[in-house]
Ligand binder design. Structure first.
Ligand code: AMP
Length: 397
């Protein structure tokens, strides 16, 4: 009898999933899918595709406040139907924050969920959405083992100095420190980059995860030594709707002069800044590329996006004491050749020599000649969670 591992990745209004055969080393999922429109009362949408990309399920319904619980009920019913006769070995969850203590994936019980609730204050816009499916599955699927994989855990190898802010020690001891995020993406890239070039696995590499959320991470020998995201997923690079690095005094200005409440200021920094804020048009790079010729603000938004990447990669190269490789990944990093070309141009001083044809073709190697190399490597965060599940619970149903 086939045993299944389900990987869940819950966002504020969406739920992504992948289903793996628990009996084999995870590779291509048996199916993957997405629930969207879960936050409000509008139309929610579910679509699932098999390993070849064929649509194997699709539904629409009025969300009516049912949110993620309703999505999970539908997912479980759909899976029982599609994989009749199969058993459920485990459910794996992507969880944004594991705090200072969780240095790797864990088997979840109600005590662990209570521990993870403590980090809601550290990631208020992400953590509650990640924990909700865990609580739901603990209740709805008693006896099915669950694994939590953290976006922060991969960075716990960073030297203490890379994790400290220059603030009073008492605040650091309360947990106000640099955690770093996108760790599942970096763990995946670190696990495969040696297949592209063995020198990357041993060398000084910066990985630029450029999606709607964006960050960059310095790896030495495949281990995280520094990253652009810090206490929250707001810091570092400019993103789709998040500001990235900001002088903290801007927040006081927002509170005192603009008379925003802390909640309103936080919401603005998370959801009205970045590409959206600067362009005034869209958070989506494809939309901005389509408009850049006629819209100066779209052009400036993209130029600032690139400028911030160039500066932060330069800073990470300094933390590494040099650069052997640069890897682009996630939606923009994997697909937007113009962003990659502009970043390589800005980093030519590090010895990176763009190969325009290879870049236009999507790589994988997009530089030529001696010196550091640059690459396009697609990320796969769900596969990392599936690997964690196999390591922690094996294939027992
Ligand atoms: P992610 O969060 O990894 O799904 O990445 C989302 C971002 O990738 C959005 O800004 C998209 O516009 C961008 N993106 C996806 N596909 C393309 C593409 N073909 N060209 C340019 N940007 C893309």
């Amino acid at each position: 009898m086939t045993a299944l591992n389900i990987v869940l990745n819950a966002g504020s209004s969406s739920l992504k999933f992948q289903v793996f055969d628990a009996g084999v080393e995870p590779g291509t999922p048996l199916c993957r899918g997405l629930f969207e429109g879960l936050a409000g009362d509008g139309t929610a949408h579910f679509v699932a595709r098999d390993g070849r990309g064929e649509t194997v399920g699709e539904e629409r319904w009025q969300a009516a406040g049912g949110g993620h619980d309703e999505a999970l009920r539908r997912l479980i019913a759909w899976l029982r139907d599609r994989f009749a006769g199969a058993s459920l070995a485990g459910v794996g969850h992507r969880v944004v924050h594991g705090g200072p203590d969780f240095e790797g994936p864990v088997l979840v019980d109600p005590g662990v969920v209570d521990d993870l609730e403590r980090f809601v204050a550290l990631a208020p816009l992400h953590q509650p959405h990640n924990l909700r499916p865990i609580r739901f599955a603990l209740e709805a699927l008693p006896g099915v083992r669950q694994v939590a994989s953290f976006d922060t855990a991969f960075h716990r190898t960073q030297p203490e100095l890379a994790q400290l802010f220059a603030i009073p020690r008492a605040m650091t001891e309360q947990g106000v420190r640099r955690y770093g995020f996108h760790g599942l993406s970096y763990e995946y890239i670190a696990s495969v980059m040696g297949e592209y070039d063995p020198a990357l696995a041993k060398g000084r590499v910066v990985v630029a995860h450029l999606g709607n959320g964006a960050s960059a991470c310095a790896l030495r020998g495949g281990v995280s030594v520094a990253s652009t995201m810090g206490f929250s997923a707001l810091d570092g690079l400019m993103m789709g709707t998040r500001c990235g690095s900001l002088d903290p005094a801007v927040v006081f200005y927002m509170l005192r002069e603009m008379k925003l409440t802390p909640d309103a200021a936080e919401k603005m920094l998370y959801s009205q800044c970045g590409l959206l804020g600067v362009s005034g048009l869209s958070n989506d790079m494809r939309t901005l590329r389509a408009k850049e010729a006629g819209e100066p603000h779209a052009r400036e938004a993209i130029a600032l996006y690139v400028y911030r990447i160039v500066r932060e990669v330069g800073s990470l190269a300094a933390a590494l004491g040099g650069l052997d490789g640069l890897i682009f990944t996630a939606g923009i990093g994997e697909n937007d050749a113009a962003t990659r070309a502009a970043v390589l141009d800005g980093l030519a001083f590090l010895g990176l020599r763009a190969d325009p044809d290879a870049n236009a073709a999507g790589g994988p190697r997009i530089t030529g000649g001696p010196g550091p190399s640059a690459w396009v490597i697609p990320t796969n965060e769900e596969l990392v969670v599936a690997r964690h599940m196999r390591a922690l619970i094996g294939n027992a149903a």
